[in-house]
Design a protein around this ligand. Structure first.
Ligand SMILES: [Zn+2]
Length: 188
């Protein structure tokens, strides 16, 4: 198990489209395992391969409620094959957009086809937080961040702050924006 460094916005690699996995082999299984450890350590409830600089269509998720048994999901080539007409709004955050949260509206339920870690094709039906998480992570595979669902003004504001924080960190300065997420915010 290795913890992988997580890229933060703005970074050109987060805007790229990831390539499909050809075969779910040992290297993909290792990537999935490392991504899960990285996600739990962060902590977050979802992580996509491009966030650790690997442009492959792989995501991991654990949207179990706090206190419930963990429910890790490892997906290769996930694809939304159905989405509900009605929507849900969640306060979303992202490990690649640290310390910033915003409400994003997405379909309430989705069906996603994917390959599991043995390479078998599976279909998952999800609603609520898990559905939001799946959509957020699949967006990453297409170079889309939750910021791209916000107004241009809000997106620019957050990106500008992130860039400032990044530069401050490079200079070895701390920032005073550290705060813990409240229970309605989800880091995906
Ligand atoms: Zn994210």
């Amino acid at each position: 198990m290795a913890l992988l460094p997580i890229l933060t916005a703005p970074d050109p690699r987060l805007k790229k489209k990831s390539k499909p996995v050809e075969t779910v082999d040992d290297s993909i299984r290792q990537l999935m395992a490392d991504m899960l450890s990285t996600m739990y350590a962060a902590p977050g409830i979802g992580l996509a391969a491009p966030q650790v600089g690997v442009l492959k269509r792989v995501i991991v998720i654990d949207a179990a409620r706090e206190g419930d048994p963990s429910r890790p999901l490892k997906l290769a080539n996930p694809e939304i094959v159905w989405a509900s007409d009605d929507d849900n709004a969640y306060e979303e955050g992202c490990l690649s957009v640290p310390e910033h949260y915003a409400e994003v509206v997405r379909p309430r339920a989705v069906k996603v086809r994917y390959l599991d870690e043995t390479g078998a094709e599976r279909l998952i039906e999800a609603e609520g937080l898990l559905a939001t998480c799946l959509q957020h992570e699949i967006d990453h595979l297409d170079g889309i961040l939750f910021l791209d669902h916000l107004s241009a003004l809000k997106r620019t504001m957050i990106l500008r702050k992130l860039l400032k924080e990044k530069k401050a960190a490079e200079r070895g300065e701390g920032t005073d924006t550290e705060k813990s997420a409240d229970s309605t915010q989800h880091t995906l």
